[in-house]
Write a protein that binds this ligand. Structure first.
Ligand code: HEM
Length: 507
């Protein structure tokens, strides 16, 4: 009698048939093109591995790895980071095409795990989808916190915090101890934003550490963003739990801040007219005068935008500018001479003096060229198919502009690796989003709205600390051996804190 065919048991299915089928489907998916070949002209792509695509090519500092890759493949490359197609732009001409010619198509931000959780599911300005909600909350920020008038109105806060910083440096200088400039710049920037946005200082070291962790998580790498079916990796390595914890901590903190403002207990309202930014956001919420709803989560998201957008970035510029000044004593002397002339015998440089400090402005521009705080500008996403420089870019492609690479492009800059502020003297090139060879703040609709706030702060601090003190590298550190390594993450600040020795200048 013929043997009946062996029945397929559940265990055979689980151990042999299912894995084999999945593996075959997977292999075919990676080996065969997903759609029949078309006439599309895609940008060049490097060879990619199954599943992870080009993720392995990013390295610890993606702006540097992509800069090297662009030398091989050209200024416009299409990478595949897991399942995400990502266009990498490394030249001023291509950046102009993306951020000016096709600005509207690239006005969206891609969704990421950390920003979803930490920035209230797209309710903040930076994480919001392009549209009415984004436009109305961005407008509130610009008018109520970041406009020229508002920035001017925070003069007292900036000057008081600068006074605190200068006093600390004086004390250390008087006993010959080195100054941890990174830490001081960080506290200064956090306090200035705190006082402008929240009406008073919060926190101390614990609060600074909280913001630091928030920024690290916001810029972290999460597997589910690129290979969704490997999301469990984020759970196993503890990232999910960390994001949940920090989101909860900040949510509690912001609830407190808002409740204090609602009850009128928010302490020293030093801002003009007794109103700070949170009061204004609450007013907009209750009046609905913006045309769309600003709910409590939007208020919290917007406040976090101000901290995440305005603290790390600003102190990173101060850190790198001082690093370059310490390395280039010629630049330091020239800056001190300019300050001396402008101050005209006064011990302080005031904000009204800054307009005439052209060399100072050139030093900051040169710092932003070589050390853009967000080297791979905050990513955008295309909303529809578009043609860029003869290349077809599909809808939902993420776009990263490598501002770090553009700042070093020999087609745009003479001796690009040299720190030479003089290149900006008598030059019209600015960083406000009109000159695509210098893009530290991005450009177009989604360009940074905090340029004035940041620049006023940076100029005031730099002008005063080079005017009041002579600076030297600490014993054992020289211009040749100083550590210039950057941190990984969204904001490329120094990997090791900047430490220097100050000597009070006499006039
Ligand atoms: C040196 C300091 C700063 C740098 C280098 C910087 C850089 C940037 C960059 C590159 C973007 C993305 C632009 C784009 O996609 O084209 C951005 C967006 C943004 N920045 Fe800044 N920023 C700085 C300071 C500030 C400050 C002080 C604030 C506010 C207090 C701020 C708030 C924002 C916000 C809210 C966005 C999102 C804009 C949107 O998506 O519509 N930034 N910034």
């Amino acid at each position: 009698m013929e043997q009946p065919p062996p029945a397929i048991t559940i265990s055979t299915l689980l151990t042999v048939v299912f894995p084999f089928t999945f593996f075959t489907i997977f292999l075919l998916r990676w080996l065969l093109p997903a759609t029949p070949p078309t006439q599309k002209c895609l940008p060049p792509s490097p060879f990619r591995l199954p599943i992870i695509g080009n993720l392995h090519q990013l390295g610890r500092l993606p702006h540097r790895s992509l800069y090297l890759l662009a030398h091989r493949l050209g200024p416009m490359m299409l990478l595949h980071l897991g399942v995400r197609p990502v266009l990498i732009v490394s030249s001023a001409d291509d950046a102009l095409d993306v951020m000016k010619t096709h600005d509207l198509v690239f006005s969206n931000r891609p969704r990421f795990t950390a920003s979803e959780k930490l920035l209230y599911h797209g309710k903040s300005v930076a994480s919001s989808t392009y549209g009415e909600h984004w436009s109305s909350i961005r407008n509130v920020c610009v008018v109520q916190l970041l406009s020229a008038d508002k920035v001017k109105s925070f003069l007292a806060e900036r000057e008081e915090e600068l006074g605190v910083l200068v006093e600390e440096v004086k004390q250390l200088a008087s006993v010959g101890l080195p100054v941890n400039l990174s830490e001081m710049f960080c506290s200064f920037c956090v306090y200035v934003i705190c006082r402008a946005a929240l009406g008073r200082k919060y926190g101390g070291a614990k609060f600074r550490e909280m913001i630091g962790e928030f920024m690290r998580l916001l810029g972290g790498f999460y597997m589910r963003d690129f290979v969704p079916w490997l999301a469990w990796v984020d759970w196993i390595n503890g990232s999910d739990a960390k994001i949940e914890r920090v989101a909860r901590e900040f949510d509690g903190f912001l609830d407190n801040v808002i409740d204090e403002h609602v009850k009128g207990e928010s302490g020293d309202r030093s801002v003009e007219g007794g109103k700070d930014f949170v009061d204004v956001l609450l007013e907009v919420q209750s009046s609905g005068s913006d045309g769309t709803a600003i709910d409590r989560d939007s208020i919290k998201g917007i406040i976090l935008d101000m901290f995440s957008g305005g603290t790390d970035t600003t102190y990173t510029v101060l850190e790198w500018a001082m690093t370059e000044i310490l390395i280039h004593s010629r630049v330091c002397r020239k800056l001190q001479n300019e300050a001396l002339e402008i101050a005209n015998g006064k011990p302080d440089i005031s904000e009204s003096d800054l307009d005439n400090m052209h060399y100072l402005k050139a030093v900051i521009k040169e710092t932003l060229r070589l050390h853009p705080p967000i080297p791979l500008l905050s990513p955008r996403e295309s909303t529809e198919d578009v043609k860029i420089m003869d290349h077809d870019i599909e809808a939902k492609t993420m776009v990263c502009i490598n501002a770090w690479a553009i700042g070093r492009d020999p087609a745009e800059w003479d001796e690009p690796e040299e720190f030479r502020p003089e290149r900006f003297m008598n030059s019209a090139v600015d960083f406000k989003g009109h000159h695509f060879q210098l893009l530290p703040f991005g450009a177009g609709r989604r360009g940074c709205p905090g340029i004035l706030f940041a620049m006023t702060t940076i100029e005031l601090v730099l002008a005063n600390i080079v005017h009041k003190f002579d600076w030297e590298l600490p014993a054992g550190t020289t211009a040749e051996n100083i550590n210039m390594t950057e941190c990984s993450g969204v904001v490329a600040h120094r990997k090791t804190p900047l430490v220097a020795v100050a000597k009070l200048r006499s006039f």
